[in-house]
Design a binder for this molecule. Structure first.
Ligand code: PHE
Length: 342
C-alpha cells in the first residue's frame, strides 16, 4: 500500500485512542472523511499526479482505506453513543420505592360544611334555594317586613346604612319579600347568605351568615313549623334531639317563637354547653304575619305560612365546640384542620 495511505491509517488508529465523546468522534471523522476537506477525500484529488500505470492500484487503495475508516470509526461511534446513553440512564435513575411527597389537601370551611348540610336536609324536604342581594333597600329589609321607620323593633338590629335608602341587609328575611313579590304560593324556599350588623364580641361578628326558610301554602300552621324543625334537629344534631318553642317577638311573624333543641352534649341533664338548662337556642321563627303576606299581594284568606332564620356560625360553633366566632373568620390552618369533617 502507498506509504501515505498507511500513514493516514496509523494516524486514525492513534487518534481514535484519545476520543472521549460522540461529538469528538464526529469531528474526527469529518477531519478524514469529509468529501471536500477530509484527508482521505483529498487523496482522490491526488489521482491526477499519479502515473497512469499506478492509477488503478492507487484508486483501489484509497477506496479500501475509506471503507476501513468508515467501519472502524463507525464502530467507535456506536460504542461511544452506547456508553453515553448508559451514563445518562445512571444519572437519571429514580428510586420508585421512595415514599411520594405528600400533597397538602384543602378542605371546605366549616361555615360551608354546615351550610351545605342544612341545605341537604331541607332540599330533601322539597325546599328550593333563593339567594337575595347583600345590599338592600330599607323597604325590603324592614318596611315590607312590617318594621316601618321608627318601629321600636328596628333597634333589635344595629344597621349599617349606606344611605337613607340603602343598607347592608341585617337579615336574610329580606329575601322573603323578593320571593313572594315574584311568585304566588305554594312557596317553599331556603335562602342562605351573609348579613351585617354593628355587633362585635366573642359570639357576634359584624358579618355573619343566616339561612332563611319560608313556606307559604294553604292551611300552614305553627304545627307544620314544629314538625319540620323536629326532623331538622334530629338530622343535624342526632336522633334523640327534641325541640321546644318559646314565645318571642319579630315584627314579621305572629306568633313568633324562639326555638330551642335539647342539649346534644348532655342529652338534657345540664352541662357547660347548655349552661345547665338542658336546652340550646338554635333559631328564630314564627307564622308569617298577615301584613307581610299582604305587602306582597298574597291573599291571606287563602294562604298562610311560616318562616325561620338559622344562624350558620352559631350552628357551626355548637357543632364543633368553638367558643369564639372569630376563629371561624381568621382562617388559621391549625384551627381549620381540626374542623375538617373528612
Ligand atoms: N330574621 C330574624 C333574625 O335575624 C330571624 C327570623 C327569621 C325570625 C324568620 C322569624 C322568622 O333575628
Amino acid at each position: 500500500m502507498n506509504a501515505n495511505l498507511e500513514q493516514i491509517k496509523q494516524e486514525i488508529i492513534a487518534g481514535a485512542e484519545v476520543l472521549n465523546s460522540s461529538k469528538e468522534v464526529y469531528e474526527f471523522k469529518k477531519k478524514f472523511l469529509d468529501g471536500k476537506t477530509g484527508k482521505i477525500g483529498l487523496l482522490m484529488k491526488e489521482m491526477k499526479n499519479i502515473p497512469n500505470e499506478e492509477k488503478a492500484a492507487y484508486g483501489k487503495g484509497v477506496n479500501e482505506l475509506k471503507e476501513w475508516a468508515l467501519t472502524f470509526l463507525g464502530e467507535i461511534d456506536e460504542k461511544m453513543k452506547a456508553k453515553e446513553l448508559q451514563s445518562r440512564y445512571e444519572a437519571e435513575k429514580i428510586d420508585i420505592s421512595l415514599p411520594a411527597e405528600e400533597m397538602a389537601e384543602g378542605n371546605l370551611h366549616p361555615i360551608t360544611l354546615v351550610k351545605n348540610e342544612i341545605i341537604d336536609i331541607f332540599a330533601g324536604m322539597g325546599f328550593e334555594i333563593f339567594e337575595g342581594p347583600e345590599i338592600e333597600t330599607d323597604y325590603y329589609n324592614f318596611t315590607a317586613l312590617n318594621t316601618p321607620q321608627d318601629h321600636p323593633a328596628r333597634d333589635m338590629q344595629d344597621t349599617f346604612y349606606l344611605s337613607p335608602e340603602f343598607l347592608l341587609r341585617t337579615q336574610t328575611s329580606a329575601g322573603q319579600i323578593h320571593v313572594m313579590e315574584k311568585k304566588q304560593p305554594p312557596i317553599k324556599i331556603l335562602s342562605p347568605g351573609k348579613v351585617f350588623r354593628s355587633d362585635d364580641d366573642a359570639t357576634h361578628s359584624p358579618m355573619f351568615t343566616q339561612m332563611e326558610g319560608l313556606v307559604v301554602d294553604k292551611g300552614i300552621t305553627l304545627c307544620d313549623l314544629q314538625g319540620m324543625l323536629d326532623e331538622f334537629v334530629k338530622k343535624i344534631y342526632g336522633e334523640g334531639t327534641k325541640t321546644r318553642l318559646r314565645p318571642s317577638y319579630f315584627p314579621f311573624t305572629e306568633p313568633s317563637v324562639e326555638v330551642d333543641c335539647s342539649c346534644f352534649e348532655c342529652g338534657g341533664t345540664g352541662c357547660k354547653l347548655c349552661k345547665g338548662t338542658g336546652w340550646i337556642e338554635i333559631l328564630g321563627a314564627g307564622v308569617v304575619n298577615n301584613k307581610v303576606l299582604q305587602n306582597c299581594g298574597i291573599d291571606t284568606d287563602v294562604y298562610s305560612g311560616f318562616a325561620f332564620g338559622i344562624g350558620i356560625e352559631r350552628t357551626a360553633m355548637l357543632k364543633y365546640g368553638i367558643n369564639n366566632i372569630k376563629l371561624l373568620f381568621e382562617s388559621d390552618i391549625k384551627v381549620l384542620n381540626q374542623l375538617n369533617d373528612k
